[in-house]
Ligand binder design. Sequence first.
Ligand SMILES: [Zn+2]
Length: 183
Amino acid sequence: MEKMQNPTGQINFIPVASKLNWDEYFMLQAMLASYRSKDPSTKVGCVFVDKYNHQLTMGYNGAIAGIDESQMPWGNDKTVDLEFQKYGYVIHSEANAISHRQGSLEGSKGYVTLFPCNECAKLIAAQRVSEIIYLSDKYRDTPEIRISKKIFDLSGIKYRQMSLSKEITEDLCAYLNSMLKDL
Ligand SMILES: [Zn+2]
């Protein structure tokens, strides 16, 4: 029996589009990574992707892998000795991502929820990352961030800020909740 033809001639042709572009998708991944952080005051996440938009590595700020983190201070009171501040122990998200990556990050793009500090900027530049896309730049007026930008400028690393609309996060929350209802 002859099958019905679609009057347009395009059988099962349905226009489709993702709800997220790559920037939005990877920034949400970086945000999700930050959600894993146990740091009570600052949570930062990042994802590095190659030129084909394949994820290479991710990280969030936290304790050194494998150590008993209950034995390290998590407070951020800078009036005490560094030995008793989290800053003496915590690894930043970018340093974590880079240290766990087996292989080169040359030419990759890094999505970060917060502009990288100067220590992470050194690692990013040494890896020859090509671009940093960031959400927040709230420490832009500090020497550390000015140094980061100088390092990126000297290394030819591009950096740009992006934002996520409230519609995206709200739609995503509704989508996730709807998935749980379908179980
Ligand atoms: Zn850092």
